[in-house]
Each structure stands twice: as C-alpha cells, then as structure tokens.
Design a protein around this ligand. Structure first.
Ligand code: HEM
Length: 205
C-alpha cells in the first residue's frame, strides 16, 4: 500500500467540482430565460421574414419580455464571470478545454460518426466536446457584448462601433443566439444519450 492510499483510502472521484455544477445550472436557467424573452423582443421588430411562435416566447408582450431579458442578464453575466474567473484560477480551461488540435477533432468526429467514440472516462473531454464547449463560451461572450452594445449604444458607442454599428450588432446578437440554440440541441441530446455524464453534472461524481 502506498503512502497516498494509506492516508486517503477512498479515492476522490469528483468529476465536476461544486462551482462548475452550480454555475452550469444557473447558466442553463438564465440562458433559457434570455432566449425565450429574446424571441419575444425580436417579434416586436423582426430582422427576417418570420416570427417566433408566442407559445415558445417568454413575457407575453415587448415590455414583459424586456423585464425578463434584463433580469436574467444580470444572473447570466454575474454567473458567467464567476465561472470564467474560477476556470482561469483553477486551471480548468487549460486542463479540460484546451488545447484543441484540428487533427484530434477530425479523428473524434470520424469516430463519432462510426459509433466508435468512447465515453468511458467522464473526467476527460474529447476534442469535439472541447471545441463545442470553448465555442459556446466564446459565443456567450459575443452575445453579451453585442447585447450591451444594442442596449446602451450611446454609453458604449465604442463597443457598438466595434460591431459595425447598432444595426449590425443586432444581427451579430441574433446569430450568436442561433449558434447557442444549435449547440443546446446537440448538447441536451448527447446529455440524454449519456446519462452518466448528466448524473456527474448533477451529483459531481
Ligand atoms: C439545459 C440543459 C443542459 C443540460 C442537460 C446540460 C448538460 C451538461 C452535461 C451533462 C455536461 C457534462 C458533459 C460531460 O461531462 O460529458 C455539461 C457540460 C457543459 N455544458 Fe451543459 N447542459 C445544459 C445547458 C447548457 C447551456 C445553456 C450551456 C451554455 C450556453 C452549457 C454549456 C456547457 C459547458 C461549457 C460545459 C463544460 C463545462 C466545464 O466542464 O467546465 N450547458 N452540460
């Protein structure tokens, strides 16, 4: 028996520490509220030739949707800052989400398409997961910054200019939302297909 096993007979099997689980689920609720109310706000002044059905939009009318959107915004941004700060301090970004090599992504996509991608080790993300998680984190940063630039285009005019002006910032905001919704469809489907992963994101182990 090594000194390590003598002092800690029960191995620590924590996959996701409590701060990851807490920020993940707060984020999930906040983002769903942001998306639902965002669709209602979009309906008041559509960018394209379609509306979102009222049955899936939140807030009943423009004023109500704006209240939901701005309430959830504080939760999303505050919680997102906690996650990003902790992920940087603890080295989680470096250990779990980076680096991402294109050759690994191609190999893992090929393995997934031929049903050969292993899910045995939940403590390790494959290259496709790394790419999707890093991508959705970047999309979240873009959606917040483009949102701020259309919320306060006078106070944050440099930021709005960075997006090419108010009108273009609205398109950026819309396409970032679309990318996050696309991510969510795949992410939730995979979470349901691999329930062990879902259990680990709830219970930690
Ligand atoms: C609403 C339903 C959601 C479910 C059921 C869900 C489920 C999960 C599960 C099971 C994992 C762990 C994956 C694994 O260990 O293999 C995970 C991780 C992750 N999810 Fe979600 N998720 C949801 C929403 C979201 C949303 C809205 C976002 C962001 C927009 C998101 C972003 C992430 C990220 C970035 C990770 C990796 C976090 C890390 O390891 O630091 N998820 N999710």
């Amino acid at each position: 028996m090594t000194a390590e096993t003598m002092t800690s007979p029960v191995a620590d099997t924590t996959i996701h520490p409590v701060w990851v689980r807490a920020t993940h689920w707060i984020n999930a609720v906040a983002i769903l509220v942001m998306i639902g109310s965002g669709w209602q706000i979009y309906n008041a002044s559509p960018l394209f030739g379609f509306h979102f059905s009222k049955s899936i939009a939140l807030g009943q009318w423009l004023g109500g949707a704006l209240l939901w959107h701005f309430a959830a915004m504080w939760a999303l941004v505050g919680n997102g800052l906690v996650y990003m700060t902790m992920a940087l301090i603890t080295g989680r970004f470096r250990r779990k989400l980076l680096p991402i090599y294109p050759s690994d992504v191609i190999a893992d996509v090929t393995a997934a398409l031929t049903f050969k991608l292993a899910h045995d080790d939940l403590s390790h993300y494959n290259a496709v997961q790394k790419l999707l998680y890093t991508g959705v984190i970047l999309c979240s940063v873009v959606i917040v910054l483009s949102g701020v630039s259309i919320w306060k285009p006078v106070q944050f005019q440099e930021l709005t200019a960075l997006f090419g002006g108010y009108d273009l910032a609205r398109y950026v905001h819309f396409f970032a939302m679309s990318a996050i919704v696309g991510f969510l469809v795949v992410h939730v489907a995979l979470a349901l297909l691999v329930p062990r992963g879902l259990r680990a994101m709830v219970a930690g182990k």
